[in-house]
Design a protein around this ligand. Structure first.
Ligand code: MEV
Length: 323
C-alpha cells in the first residue's frame, strides 16, 4: 500500500443526446478543464475520515463497516458508496483519510458527483496498487452511481475516466473517443441549480403517457447524434451548430427547457453562434454554444446581458490522472 495518493478527474459537458442516452441511444460528451482533486492516505483507525469543503463537509467520520448504511449526508453518498463498493470488490479493508477539492462548483452541472466518484475509485486503486483498466473503473463507478441515485447513463463517468470528447452509449456499451483538435465552445450558466433525477423522472412520466411519440423523439436525437459524430470529427462547426439547434428543439419538446436557458440560447444565436442548446438534464444549469472565434467575446457578453454567467472553460480535457 502507498502512503499517500493524489488524483484529479475532470468535469463534463453534454454536447448531444441528453435524456435519449438513458433510453439506450448514443450521446456525445466532452470533458472540461475544471477538475476534482482527491487525496487519499491510510488512517490508523478503521474509519473513513473525510473533508469535502465543496459540499460543506468538514471533519466527517464513519466506521468502515458502516459505510453507506444509516443516515448519509447528501454530499457524502457517492464517496461512501464508492469506497464500500471498491472494498467489497477488491476484498480490502483499511481506514482511510480522504480530502476532495473541487475546481468547480457542484451547482453548475459539470458532474461533480461523477468526478468525485471516479477520483475516489482511481485513488483507491493507486493506494492499494491495483491496476484497473478504464472499462473496469467505469463498471465499478457506474455501479456506485446506480446504487446511489438509481438512474443515470454513466456518460459523465466516462468523460471523467477517458477524457477528450466521446461518443457514448448507455452503460458504457460503446465508448468511442472522437479525434477533435479544437472545439470553439462557450458556456452560459443560468444561475439555477438543476436536479438531474427530477428531470429524468419528468421525461419518464411524459414517456409513460406518450410512449410512441417520445420514443420517436429519442430516435431523432439518436439520428442527430450520429450525424454530429461525423461533423465534429471533420471540424465542421457550422453543420454541428445546426444540429445543436435541432437537438435543442427536441429537448424543448421533452419539456426540459426553461425561460432562463432559452434566453441565453437565443442571445448567443443572435450574437453570431453557429448553434446553441442546453447541456445536461435541463431545468437550469448550463447552455452551450458553438461560436466562430471572432464572435466569442460578443456571444459571451450577450450571455451576461441576458442574465447568465459566461463560464471560462476549455473542452476536450484530459481524463482522470495522477497528480
Ligand atoms: C444529465 O446531465 C444527462 C441525462 O441524460 C442523465 C444521464 O444521462 O445520466 C439527463
Amino acid at each position: 500500500m502507498r502512503e499517500m495518493v493524489k488524483v484529479s478527474a475532470p468535469g463534463k459537458l453534454m454536447l448531444f443526446g441528453e435524456h435519449a442516452v438513458i433510453y439506450h441511444r448514443p450521446c456525445i460528451v466532452t470533458a472540461v478543464d475544471q477538475r476534482m482533486i482527491v487525496e487519499i492516505k491510510p488512517a490508523r483507525e478503521e474509519k473513513l475520515l473525510l473533508d469535502a469543503p465543496g459540499v460543506g463537509i468538514k471533519g466527517y467520520s464513519k466506521k468502515i463497516k458502516d459505510l453507506a448504511c444509516g443516515e448519509v449526508p447528501k454530499g457524502v453518498r457517492f464517496i461512501e458508496t464508492g469506497i464500500r463498493n471498491f472494498f467489497q470488490k477488491y476484498k480490502v479493508k483499511q481506514g482511510i483519510e480522504v480530502k476532495t477539492k473541487a475546481g468547480f462548483s457542484s451547482e453548475v452541472g459539470f458532474g461533480s458527483s461523477a468526478a468525485v466518484t471516479v477520483g475516489v475509485a482511481a485513488g483507491l486503486a493507486q493506494l492499494f496498487k491495483i491496476r484497473l483498466s478504464r472499462k473496469q473503473l467505469f463498471d465499478l463507478t457506474y455501479k456506485t452511481v446506480l446504487d446511489v441515485q438509481g438512474v443515470g447513463s454513466g456518460f459523465d463517468l466516462a468523460a471523467s475516466i477517458w477524457g477528450g470528447t466521446l461518443y457514448f452509449v448507455t452503460g458504457g456499451k460503446k465508448v468511442i473517443p472522437l479525434k477533435i483538435n479544437q472545439l470553439p465552445l462557450i458556456v452560459g450558466y443560468t444561475g439555477i441549480k438543476a436536479d438531474t433525477p427530477t428531470m429524468v423522472k419528468k421525461v419518464a412520466n411524459l414517456r409513460k403517457n406518450n410512449k410512441k411519440l417520445v420514443d420517436s423523439i429519442f430516435d431523432q436525437m439518436s439520428f442527430l447524434t450520429n450525424k454530429a459524430k461525423v461533423t465534429l470529427s471533420k471540424g465542421n462547426f457550422k453543420k454541428t451548430g445546426g444540429l445543436m439547434n435541432l437537438n435543442q428543439g427536441l429537448l424543448d419538446a421533452l419539456g426540459v427547457n426553461t425561460k432562463e436557458l432559452a434566453d441565453l440560447i437565443f442571445a448567443t444565436r443572435k450574437a453570431g453562434a453557429w448553434g446553441a442548446k442546453l447541456s445536461g438534464a435541463g431545468g437550469g444549469d448550463c447552455m452551450i454554444a458553438l461560436v466562430p472565434g471572432k464572435m466569442r467575446r460578443k456571444a459571451e457578453k450577450a450571455i451576461e446581458r441576458a442574465g447568465g454567467k459566461a463560464l471560462k472553460i476549455k473542452p476536450n480535457a484530459e481524463g482522470v490522472r495522477a497528480e
